[in-house]
Design a binder for this molecule. Structure first.
Ligand SMILES: *[C@@H]1O[C@H](CO)[C@@H](O)[C@H](O)[C@H]1NC(C)=O
Ligand SMILES: *[C@@H]1O[C@H](CO)[C@@H](O)[C@H](O)[C@H]1NC(C)=O
Ligand SMILES: *[C@@H]1O[C@H](CO)[C@@H](O)[C@H](O)[C@H]1NC(C)=O
Ligand SMILES: *[C@@H]1O[C@H](CO)[C@@H](O)[C@H](O)[C@H]1NC(C)=O
Ligand SMILES: *[C@@H]1O[C@H](CO)[C@@H](O)[C@H](O)[C@H]1NC(C)=O
Ligand SMILES: *[C@@H]1O[C@H](CO)[C@@H](O)[C@H](O)[C@H]1NC(C)=O
Ligand SMILES: *[C@@H]1O[C@H](CO)[C@@H](O)[C@H](O)[C@H]1NC(C)=O
Ligand SMILES: *[C@@H]1O[C@H](CO)[C@@H](O)[C@H](O)[C@H]1NC(C)=O
Ligand SMILES: *[C@@H]1O[C@H](CO)[C@@H](O)[C@H](O)[C@H]1NC(C)=O
Length: 532
């Protein structure tokens, strides 16, 4: 923060720099187009300071979360003209994945991170930790109450309705629970426990204990194998993890003889992407799985971890990356949470992924990059659909993709390797008409400039914020060390990547690419009245 203030002072006393970028306490809502790409690259901290101010506006009651129970809301539709939210546009539901992002930001705030404070409480940075503490306290109460009311979930969260003090599963998640989102949540809470535990305050220590109890409970229920009735939540035998489990009766205790759990179809969570976070939880912490069952988790996952070369078809040459499912940025979520990049080989592979991601868009004269995201909104302001299959087809298992919509959050893994370049892409996308609003960046836009998604959400915004905070890997690493599981994590992660990447990595000399093409101004989209 110090050098930001210094920077402002310098600007203040040097005449002739008036048009250069400055970072006032209340930056203009539409700050991004006022700044050149060169300025983003050279004065990245000042740009981050402005970005966090506006993204933080999402973190308010009835927009991003519910102050009554401390729980996230998925997001909210914005009025297509004004850009303002109203209660009828609110998505009153959320899921463990959005909770994961919320908890990551709160963990950093608790630990005194000034960037997180800028997001949470820009008017008074000092009060941010207390605000974060209060939310984490309320959130824990809500989780525990949910567990009491619906013990069949074993402490985990389904997609839930949160527009009340108490949670309830959304209609389509009654008696059902997903593993992937919960894996994301678990490691975030793990980080928050570490952040709380570092405080000297007895209150903070106590809250850390409360969350740790919740975590410990999920260790026992994630794969609960009782000899008599074979009750188990997510482990499906022989290394298979259920992606979604059907619960016999969500109101029935997990250990009750009349309770039962079934994997939905053949829906196995065996991906080497963000779903892996759940596998690690089972592997490192389940007291019920035998060593050979734990080993089988990796046997089942191994075929999906594959090396592939991205071909630039130019003098940039080839770049070796981990084959994507779609190569959507969303797939890199695990890097936000666990210290994978402590393994040098893994760090190199994921750095290469950003070479491919940025240079693929650069070479194809695309103004942005791809990630699974909500489609644009239609004339009535409703979201048209969700585009899962967005990434880079030539280096993915799933090659049938829809590549008409780009989203600011596609930059979050780039930011983890080079903040300046990632933010240059972010700026390039939010420069598009309507791509900033009173709650920060807008969900997504068509690359041809013919439409935007008049919506704001955790996924499309706060992934970028958590990447700017460096993810929570520092907290997770420390706690893994004190829990005695860090070495095992490194050993297995390294083993798996070495098996898939025995050869040389192409393309490590390639620089990350910058955008050179703007989103066209077609006249079909206008800036929001409240953010011009
Ligand atoms: C609230 O916002 C939604 C989404 O933009 C819009 O469809 C609706 O008309 C708005 N309602 C009111 C009362 O302004
Ligand atoms: C919460 O939202 C659901 C679905 O929109 C609705 O059925 C329910 O009545 C709402 N509850 C409250 C307390 O507003
Ligand atoms: C969740 O509920 C079960 C069943 O009532 C209880 O045994 C368990 O202790 C609860 N978990 C936590 C973390 O409170
Ligand atoms: C695994 O899931 C299948 C459904 O796909 C189910 O029939 C089978 O009983 C499950 N096995 C175990 C051990 O949970
Ligand atoms: C589910 O379990 C609850 C609590 O034991 C019980 O009251 C309820 O009747 C059960 N529902 C069904 C459909 O069996
Ligand atoms: C589900 O998986 C099992 C075991 O891998 C396989 O035998 C079966 O054919 C699969 N079923 C479907 C519908 O794919
Ligand atoms: C290079 O050519 C291959 C084969 O035609 C294609 O799949 C790939 O997308 C091209 N690379 C770029 C960066 O366009
Ligand atoms: C996204 O919207 C476009 C129209 O803008 C439509 O052609 C496409 O099918 C939609 N895709 C999804 C997955 O909603
Ligand atoms: C980020 O990329 C830019 C442009 O390629 C480069 O100048 C800069 O040194 C990089 N920064 C880091 C930290 O690698």
């Amino acid at each position: 923060m110090r050098h930001i203030f210094q920077y402002c002072i310098v600007l203040g006393i040097l005449p002739g720099l008036g048009s250069a970028y400055s970072s006032p306490d209340t930056p203009p809502c539409r700050f991004a187009p006022e700044v050149s790409q060169q300025n983003v690259l050279s004065h990245t901290d000042a740009f981050v300071w402005d970005l966090l101010y506006w993204e933080g506006k999402f973190h308010q009651n009835n927009v991003g979360y519910n102050t009554a129970n401390g729980m996230s809301y998925d997001g909210t539709l914005l009025d297509p003209q004004t850009g303002l939210h109203n209660i009828s546009g609110l998505h009153p539901f959320s899921a463990a994945s959005k909770e994961s992002l919320h908890v990551m930001v709160l963990a950093h705030t608790i630990a005194g991170n000034h960037l997180a404070a800028r997001f949470l409480s820009p008017g008074n940075l000092k009060t941010a930790p207390k605000l974060a503490f209060d939310i984490l306290e309320k959130k824990l109460q809500t989780y525990l109450k949910f567990n009491e009311t619906f013990p069949g979930f074993g402490g985990f969260l389904p997609w839930f309705l949160s527009n009340d003090t108490n949670l309830q599963p959304t209609l389509d998640w009654i008696d059902r629970v997903p593993a992937l989102d919960n894996g994301e949540l678990l490691w975030s809470v793990y980080a928050a426990v570490e952040a709380l535990g570092r405080s000297k305050s007895a209150k903070y220590q106590e809250l850390a204990k409360g969350w740790q109890t919740w975590l410990d409970y999920t260790k026992t229920t994630a794969a609960e194998i009782k000899p008599l009735n074979h009750n188990q939540l997510f482990y499906n035998g022989t290394g298979r993890v259920c992606a979604v489990t059907t619960i016999g009766n969500q109101s029935e205790a997990i250990g009750s003889p009349s309770q039962s759990y079934t994997c939905e179809g053949n829906n196995t969570l065996n991906d080497p992407y963000e779903g892996e976070l759940f596998a690690w939880w089972l592997y490192l912490f389940s007291p019920h799985l035998t060593p050979s069952e734990k080993e089988e988790l990796w046997v089942v996952k191994r075929p999906q971890l594959v090396a592939v070369d991205w071909h630039s078809n130019t003098s940039l040459g080839d770049v070796t990356v981990q084959k994507g499912y779609w190569f959507s940025s969303h797939e890199q979520w695990k890097l936000l949470e666990m210290p994978y990049t402590d393994v040098p080989l893994i760090e190199r592979i994921f750095h290469n992924a950003e070479r491919a991601r940025t240079c693929n868009s650069f070479l194809n004269r695309n103004p942005g990059m791809y990630a699974s995201v909500n489609n644009i909104t239609d004339g009535t302001g409703q979201i048209v659909g969700y585009i899962s299959n967005a990434g880079i087809p030539s280096i993915s298992f799933q090659q049938v993709q829809e590549l008409d919509v780009i989203t600011p959050y596609s930059v979050f893994p780039t930011i983890l390797f080079n903040r300046s370049v990632g933010l240059a892409w972010w700026k390039n996308m939010v420069d598009g008409k309507g791509m900033q609003n009173p709650y920060g960046s807008t969900e997504s836009e068509r690359a041809d400039g013919s439409g935007i998604s008049s919506f704001v959400s955790w996924d499309s915004k706060i992934t970028t914020v958590t990447a700017l905070l460096g993810g929570v890997t520092d907290f997770v690493r420390s706690k893994m060390k004190s829990d005695g599981v860090y070495k095992e994590f490194i050993r297995v992660a390294q083993r798996e990547y070495q098996l898939a990447f025995p050869g040389r990595l192409e393309g490590e000399h390639v620089g990350l690419c910058l955008p050179t093409v703007a989103v066209p101004n077609t006249g079909l989209v206008k800036d929001y009245e409240s953010c011009q």
